[in-house]
Design a protein. Structure first.
Length: 379
């Protein structure tokens, strides 16, 4: 396909595709799927070889959130039967993180529900960062605490946070459909605050919320313009008890097309396969490793993932290797502050959502182990 040859050439040159090219990737047929994966895989291998970075989530505070994000099991008014607990003590969080590091995780992501941290919360997380780094030499720490206030990014950076995560989630045009307690611009500002403080920016999206192809392209191009170092791609987990519980729009094939599109638009960025991969990719998870260079090990915030040992076996069986702490994740040109991102081409072509898949709530497993429980974590 001329399209795929063009996209590979652009990816190898770190050149942004056009919006029409990105939309065309999402519109490819199942007959063309392996060709799409192979093409995006060439770009992935150019910048990241066959390495897979492992990340591990520690949910510092579960549930009890005042925000109304429709996709979230921790939202205001959620009836999802998830674990609910207040802040973990630094030692308990450090023990949870150690399990992930022992399983091969290179980065620990410290997440807390809520609109954003108070100054006391920042102090608490700073103590947790110190506790983890004292026990785990070389581990990266990414904080994800919501919207940041003045000076908080700088305090987290001074405490040892290497990165900050705040996802854009969906297009600016449709953001109001999934959340009313804050807006798209608030999220962009927090990502920029993290960058200004010297932290590596981590920002991504959630697919499967009923968005159009144009919405997906919009949010990925907005991410490209923000230029984060890592882009997590989440697939909606339709928790019972949330407003999006009936949104089952994704197939394994569509998930692969979305990941390929993200790789073409963000060729030299750490693309992370995040929440929902087990639910929606299912047996095609190994194919996704040809598109992404980073995954979460074990469980997520409020849902369970596949066993950590199975993640490691999947990586090995697919011919990939776990990235060690002695290896830099990003290509040298990104570590050395690469040239500014090319201007994003304007304009969009509308598309309708893919036909809904049959609902499979049996695939959603609420987390009952690890942080906030007396049971050992999955790592």
């Amino acid at each position: 396909m001329d399209l795929l040859n063009t996209l590979v050439d652009k990816g190898l040159r770190r050149e942004v595709p056009t919006r029409d090219e990105a939309l065309a990737v999402l519109a490819t047929s199942d007959d063309e799927l392996l060709d799409v994966v192979a093409a995006a895989g060439r770009v992935r291998r150019e910048w990241f070889g066959r390495r897979v970075k492992l990340n591990y989530l520690v949910n510092l505070k579960s549930g009890l959130c005042p925000e109304d994000c429709s996709y979230c099991s921790q939202r205001l008014g959620s009836k999802a039967e998830i674990l609910k607990y207040t802040w973990l003590k630094p030692d308990d969080a450090s023990k949870a993180a150690a399990a992930g590091v022992a399983g091969g995780a290179k980065r620990v992501c410290l997440v807390a529900s809520g609109r954003g941290p108070t100054d006391k919360d920042v102090e608490r997380v700073s103590e947790t960062i110190s506790a983890i780094k004292e026990q785990n030499e070389g581990v990266e720490i990414c904080a994800c605490l919501g919207l940041l206030g003045e000076g908080q990014a700088e305090r987290l950076r001074a405490a040892g946070a290497d990165a900050y995560n705040h996802n854009l989630n969906t297009s600016e045009a449709t953001y109001g459909d999934i959340c009313t307690t804050h807006d798209f611009a608030d999220r962009v500002e927090t990502v920029q605050q993290a960058q200004s403080a010297g932290m590596s920016a981590c920002s991504g999206l959630i697919a499967g919320m009923g968005e159009t192809d144009a919405d997906l392209v919009d949010v990925v191009f907005a991410l490209r313009e923000l230029d984060p170092d890592s882009v997590p791609v989440n697939f909606l987990i339709p928790f019972e008890g949330t407003p999006l519980a009936k949104e089952w729009h994704l197939t394994p094939q569509r998930c692969l097309r979305i990941l390929a599109m993200v790789r073409f638009v963000c060729p030299d960025v750490e693309v992370r396969l995040a929440g929902g991969r087990e639910v929606h990719l299912r047996s095609l998870q190994p194919l996704a490793l040809h598109l992404v260079n980073s995954i979460f090990l074990g469980d997520y915030l409020t849902s369970e993932g596949q066993a950590g040992k199975d993640d490691l076996a999947m990586i090995a069986d697919a011919g990939f290797e776990v990235e060690g702490t002695d290896t830099a994740t990003l290509p040298a040109h990104r570590r050395a502050a690469a040239d500014p991102v090319d201007a994003v081409e304007a304009g969009a072509t509308a598309a309708v959502p893919a036909p809904a898949e049959e609902a499979r709530p049996d695939l959603v497993a609420v987390r009952r182990r690890g942080a906030g429980t007396d049971l050992p974590p999955n790592a």
